[in-house]
Design a protein around this ligand. Structure first.
Ligand code: SAH
Ligand code: SF4
Length: 361
């Protein structure tokens, strides 16, 4: 069983990114949806999102919880609260959770997360899949969290262009180290996810085509990619004038479709940032080739403090309401929810099978 071959090359990707005709764009999205049906089917898998802390040592210029933003009250959920979110996920039939936070590199944080992962592993029958999204970490820490039970890691490269990356971050943030971290995750045995922000100031269509190429070169298992959405309390807010939400969403949807064509058998998230730009943004992403949704499980009282960008939806919706709302939205577009399943990407499953064939041979 081989991983699926790409259905598109870089030149065609670039052509589609430059396409201005709406009808033609619809055809691209429909083609990507067909490829999704062929390789993934109609099942959408849920990953309950737990935003366990907004404390961050980094200062990315675009992000609302960057270190130098004094506005949000800083919080860290207790291990009990995290386990409670895990229990809610189990009860709701979500097969997996994602633990996400600002980045920290102190040993107390490493121990806190290790404990949280163990607590989540102990929920119910122990079947919850655990994804981490906790920024760049030393290899030993990533290994420790893997041994505790986390099996997937999402680390967006943000842009595959190191020069653009340098403009979006302070000098001590390194694109090369971030990329190295992605390699390290693969070595450990994680299912590896990455992604970019689409529509960043200064980002060209060539950059976006190169991003899709980067996903392929890195041979990732999952993608979490969404539109860049300005946040008023960040250094990039002043570049937000003229921000065109419709254009931004259109570009992000095209990127989802192009990524599906390039990597037919991976998991692609319909991210919340899509919904920040359009009430049905996530459904549109599912129809453009995405197959994963991350319902927010963070306790409602913490949500106002975890705003990476402005206009983040569902700030006051409790998880129960969220579950019903999402199930209805998914049924309305003719898809089904894959309850109580891990929903690993077929690509990862094939990679595992190939590795065991080699060992057996
Ligand atoms: N601290 C971790 C995880 C939390 S941030 C990390 O940085 O990896 C998760 C993602 O939020 C980032 O990777 C970035 O792509 C996204 N993000 C931050 N600010 C954003 C903005 N203004 N618009 C859209 N996405 C944003
Ligand atoms: Fe911190 Fe992640 Fe935001 Fe950067 S994107 S400031 S690392 S939370």
């Amino acid at each position: 069983m081989r991983t699926a071959e790409p259905r598109i090359d870089r030149e065609e990707t670039l052509r589609w990114l430059r396409e201005t005709d709406r009808t033609a764009t619809e055809a691209l999205l429909a083609r990507a949806y067909e490829v999704k049906l062929e390789h993934i089917g109609r099942k959408v898998h849920f990953r309950g999102l737990i935003e366990c802390s907004n404390i961050c040592r980094k200062n990315c210029f675009y992000c609302g919880i960057r270190r130098d933003n004094a506005a949000p009250q800083r919080y860290q959920m207790t291990p009990d609260e995290i386990a409670e979110c895990g229990a809610q996920a189990m009860e709701a039939g979500y097969g997996s959770v994602v633990l996400q936070a600002g980045e920290r590199s102190d040993s107390r944080f490493a121990a806190y997360i290790e404990d949280a992962v163990r607590r989540l592993k102990a929920v119910g029958d122990g079947s919850l899949g655990i994804t981490l999204s906790l920024g760049e970490q030393p290899q030993a820490v990533l290994h420790r969290w893997f041994l505790a039970g986390a099996t997937r890691y999402l680390l967006r490269i943000e842009t595959s262009n190191p020069e653009l990356y340098a403009k979006l971050h302070p000098e001590d943030h390194s694109w090369h180290e971030r990329k190295q971290c992605l390699h390290g995750l693969r070595e450990i045995g994680y299912q590896v996810g990455t992604g970019v922000m689409v529509g960043l100031p200064g980002q060209t269509m060539e950059d976006l085509a190169a991003d899709v190429e980067f996903y392929r070169e890195m041979d990732v298992d999952m993608i979490g990619m969404g539109p860049y959405v300005p946040h008023a309390e960040t250094p990039m807010a002043e570049q937000a004038e003229g921000f065109d939400a419709a254009r931004q969403l259109d570009l992000a949807l095209r990127m989802v479709a192009l990524t599906r064509l390039a990597l037919p058998d991976i998991n692609i998230a319909a991210t919340t940032a899509m919904q920040a730009l359009h009430p049905e943004g996530r459904e549109l992403a599912l129809k453009a080739g995405a197959n994963i949704i991350m319902p927010n499980l963070t306790p409602v009282r913490y949500r106002p403090f975890y705003k990476l960008y402005d206009g983040k939806p569902c700030l006051d919706e409790d998880p129960e309401a969220c579950r019903h709302c999402l199930a209805g939205r998914i049924a309305a577009i003719g898809e089904e929810v894959g309850y109580r399943a891990l929903g690993d990407s077929p690509r990862f499953q094939r990679r595992q099978a190939e590795a065991s064939e080699v060992t057996a041979g």
